[in-house]
Design a protein. Structure first.
Length: 212
């Protein structure tokens, strides 16, 4: 039923959002356990239905406080860009709302903060790094997406201040990393970090390496 699938999707998004509101010294572990349970049991899980019984959990790098960094938010140029999802949704239009400026691994880094033009607004940060395609999903990962409520533990904001704290330990894969049934907006070239981000979620299935 289409109606049931829509209700399940609403429930999925609410439950995912709830994972970003846990607190305590073991918040990241609670987040991982809750995410594994959703992926294993929920009707809207991006894991293929015939793989769920054997699903043993997502793979993550070990928590590393060095990937929880302070960043400065600068104004974006307001320009628009289209990101092709490769699916029925076609290209999604975003506006360059802001830029996150920070240091990671001794390197100066910048990430464009995108805002949806078509509906709902929200702030969205997809990224790739030098682990993409090997240790992590080749299309990149998401740092946060406020329209989908995946920011509560990732983005710490002080009202009135341009300084924020971002935590790459919560970086996660887009749904298309688990199944070709899904199509997702991936990181634009300007959000490619020239440093390895060995924090957050790893690749779901190791890439197949063919002998030359």
């Amino acid at each position: 039923m289409v109606a049931q699938a829509l209700l399940d999707l609403v429930d999925w998004r609410r439950r995912v959002g709830d994972l970003y509101r846990v607190r305590g010294t073991d918040a990241l572990q609670q987040f991982k356990r809750g995410r594994d349970e959703l992926f294993r049991t929920h009707p809207q899980s991006p894991i293929e239905p015939d793989e769920r019984a054997a699903f043993k959990g997502l793979s993550y790098f070990s928590q590393d406080p060095d990937y929880r960094v302070q960043a400065r938010v600068e104004d974006g140029d307001g320009g628009e860009l289209l990101i092709d999802t490769g699916g029925d949704d076609g290209a999604v239009r975003y506006r360059r709302a802001a830029t996150l400026v920070f240091e990671l691994g001794g390197e100066a880094c910048r990430l464009t903060v995108l805002s949806l033009v078509q509906y709902a607004g929200g702030l969205f940060v997809p990224f790739r790094d030098t682990t993409s395609g090997r240790e992590t999903y080749g299309g990149g990962r998401y740092l946060f997406d406020t329209a989908k409520d995946t920011d509560g533990l990732v983005l710490e904001i002080a009202p009135g201040s341009p300084e924020v704290v971002i935590d790459f330990n919560y970086a996660y894969n887009a749904s298309c990393a688990y199944s070709p049934r899904w199509a997702c907006p991936l990181a634009p070239p300007e959000n490619y970090l020239r440093v390895p981000v060995r924090a957050g979620e790893r690749v779901y299935k190791a890439p197949v390496v063919t002998e030359q």
